[in-house]
Ligand binder design. Sequence first.
Ligand SMILES: Nc1ncnc2c1ncn2[C@@H]1O[C@H](COP(=O)(O)OP(=O)(O)O)[C@@H](O)[C@H]1O
Ligand SMILES: O=C(O)C1=C[C@@H](OP(=O)(O)O)[C@@H](O)[C@H](O)C1
Ligand SMILES: [Mg+2]
Length: 173
Amino acid sequence: MSQSVFLVGLMGAGKTTVGRLLAKRLQARFVDSDHEVAAVTGVNIPTIFDIEGEAGFRRRESETIQRFSQEGNIVMATGGGAVLDPDNRQCLRNRGTVVYLSASPETLYERTRRDSGRPLLQVKDRLTRLRELHQQRDPFYREVAHIIIEVGRTSASQVVRQILAALASDART
Ligand SMILES: Nc1ncnc2c1ncn2[C@@H]1O[C@H](COP(=O)(O)OP(=O)(O)O)[C@@H](O)[C@H]1O
Ligand SMILES: O=C(O)C1=C[C@@H](OP(=O)(O)O)[C@@H](O)[C@H](O)C1
Ligand SMILES: [Mg+2]
């Protein structure tokens, strides 16, 4: 495979988990954009939000996406908000195959239960926040995606199998 694969979707959809497994199966390099942003700054995502605000984090995220999407043969897990920036959407759409891992807010709620690493979910009513984010972002995920996978009750390895099947019948790969 030389065409890169970019995973998009909300927090908890499984982009990081599935991306790592998918990269192994495709013998491609795995890149997690959050991980790269943290590596460059030397601090974790909540600390970047604290110091630079969400806007500072988004700038760093966009730089990371622009840089890594130029490489062929990678699997990249993007952060859930990467699609908010039209330049990011264009870049992802044009430089690889974009896979939207689509899940209900209820599923995302269950999966982000024990998490403290996502600043946007440090609120009292996490389910309402996830519903709002879903409503706001779902149209962007659908706009940018070449492939949409519903990930409700599917295990991560099943999701990988579904992506591989979809890639096999996709003209770009
Ligand atoms: N298909 C799946 N089924 C059940 N749990 C999953 C699945 N994919 C991921 N998870 C779990 O959900 C949580 C969030 O996954 P993660 O890969 O960090 O999502 P994202 O990167 O999209 O925010 C993790 O605890 C992970 O183990
Ligand atoms: O949805 C978002 O805006 C964010 C999602 C996170 O990544 P994951 O989608 O991997 O959790 C991370 O980039 C940051 O906390 C902001
Ligand atoms: Mg992630």
